[in-house]
Write a protein that binds this ligand. Structure first.
Ligand SMILES: NC(=O)c1ccc[n+]([C@@H]2O[C@H](COP(=O)([O-])OP(=O)(O)OC[C@H]3O[C@@H](n4cnc5c(N)ncnc54)[C@H](O)[C@@H]3O)[C@@H](O)[C@H]2O)c1
Length: 397
């Protein structure tokens, strides 16, 4: 909002003769339009009859808008607070996830709710948000399968997301998992701390010269292919859309079955859709080479976990690295170290010496968090200013 001569005159009369920054803010706040003055280029004064009239050449006023965060962790709070210095939103953080149990706690007039992968934006929740005047659902992640878009559309709520946040972060984590498994560094770390410097049982294998199969060569898959090519691997890929840039750097595209049967290492980088639910199942596992390594940093339900466990038990699958798990919403992002975990499947997986599980941390780098915060705040700022954000950011307007 730009303050002009007419509305500034209303607040210009004061005892000191100078309209302080706080006077502007108090004036608008008292009239139900909370603002924060973030910049005045020039204010000058001139006497006129009984009171002072100030002319403001240029002032940028920004209505303070509230963003309420759900599933907020200390690292979210630190990063968003830091980036918000350039935006001036009022930020409030709740650690709980968003769902019917808490939605009534949203204050009237909250402009946006900022949510993550396990928040549940059902029709019922969205209806309450709409009643409270919420205008934006901002996902601080790429996926939006947890939002009932039809309900948001019905109530005129804009849904935005962060379409890409450092694909390299996820690709590098997939490589970290692979290197941990093939060189057994997780075991070596513990062993050396016990003053056990024996090499027995730590025998690894070279990545150089091995064939790596990449399922999905979108943003993350491409970054992964490039790293693997750098290691001197042969890279085969399957994706319904071949990327000419990848072909140019040496990636060989083939059918899904052929990629599985040719590869020593398979890494999944495709989204979860109804078509590729349990893409890795008993049948597709049987197409893989005996002794193959499987890495999944994409979505848990791409893998039929029971079929994979069977493959691990027979030794058909030599190594498994997963950063995602089908039932992860009951486990991941929580400290359950003092709890009894009822999920026997994850317990079985974690008991294998050749399985590495991480808790959906592939995206978790300072670079990616920074990008998530900046994209989210930019989108909310643009929407609040009547500007339509980039197409990729908007899920629904
Ligand atoms: N673990 C994490 O922290 C984390 C973080 C971000 C993303 N992800 C996951 O990574 C996935 C990939 O992300 P992205 O940014 O590269 O997505 P993207 O949209 O850029 O690329 C996905 C690619 O998969 C291809 N694809 C779709 N169905 C396929 C199939 N059945 N077989 C082979 N290829 C198929 C698409 O054509 C596309 O090229 C996401 O869907 C998400 O599930 C995980």
């Amino acid at each position: 909002m730009v303050v002009n001569q007419s509305n500034i005159q209303k607040i210009s009369k004061n005892d000191k003769g100078i309209a302080e920054k706080t006077d502007f803010e108090k004036y608008f706040t008292a009239r139900g339009q909370p603002i924060k003055l973030i910049g005045i280029k020039q204010i000058y004064e001139k006497p006129e009859e009984l009171y002072w009239v100030y002319s403001v050449n240029f002032a940028i006023l920004h209505q303070i808008m509230k963003i309420l965060f759900f599933s907020a962790k200390p690292y979210d709070i630190a990063t968003f607070n830091q980036h918000n210095a350039n935006y001036g939103f009022e930020l409030e953080y709740l650690e709980t996830h968003l769902g019917p149990h808490i939605v009534n706690a949203v204050d009237e007039g909250t402009f946006a709710v900022c949510v993550f992968v396990n928040d549940k934006l059902t029709t019922e929740v969205i209806e309450v948000l709409a009643d409270k005047g919420v205008k934006v659902i901002a996902l601080r992640c790429a996926g939006f399968n947890n939002v009932q878009l039809a309900a948001a559309k019905k109530h005129g709520i804009t849904v935005c997301r962060v379409p890409a946040y450092s694909p390299e972060a996820v690709a590098e984590h997939a490589v970290a998992m692979l290197l941990t498994l093939n060189r057994k560094t997780h075991k070596a770390y513990n062993r050396v701390r016990e003053q056990n410097f024996s090499l027995n049982g730590l025998l690894g294998f070279n990545l150089h010269g091995k064939t790596v199969g990449v399922i999905g060569t979108g943003k993350i898959g491409k970054a992964f292919c490039k790293i693997m090519l750098g290691f001197g691997c042969k890279v085969w890929a399957f994706d319904p859309y071949k990327d000419p840039g990848m072909v140019a750097v040496g990636v060989q595209y083939s059918s899904f079955d052929e990629v599985l049967s040719q590869s020593d290492i398979i890494s999944l980088h495709c989204p979860l859709t109804p078509e590729n639910h349990y893409l890795i199942n008993q049948d597709s596992l049987s197409l893989m080479k005996q002794g193959a390594t499987l890495i999944n940093t994409s979505r848990g339900a791409l893998i039929d976990t029971h079929a994979v466990i069977a493959g691990l038990k027979t030794g058909w699958l030599a190594y498994l690295g997963i950063d995602v798990y089908e039932q992860e919403d009951r486990l991941f992002f929580k400290d359950l170290s003092g709890s009894i975990i009822e999920d026997d499947t994850i317990q079985r997986l974690m008991s294998f010496p050749n399985v590495l599980v991480t808790g959906h941390q592939a995206f978790f780098t300072a670079d990616a968090l920074s990008q998530i915060a900046e994209t989210t705040l930019t989108s909310i700022h643009q929407i609040s200013s009547g500007i339509t954000p980039d197409e990729a950011v908007i899920v629904q307007i």
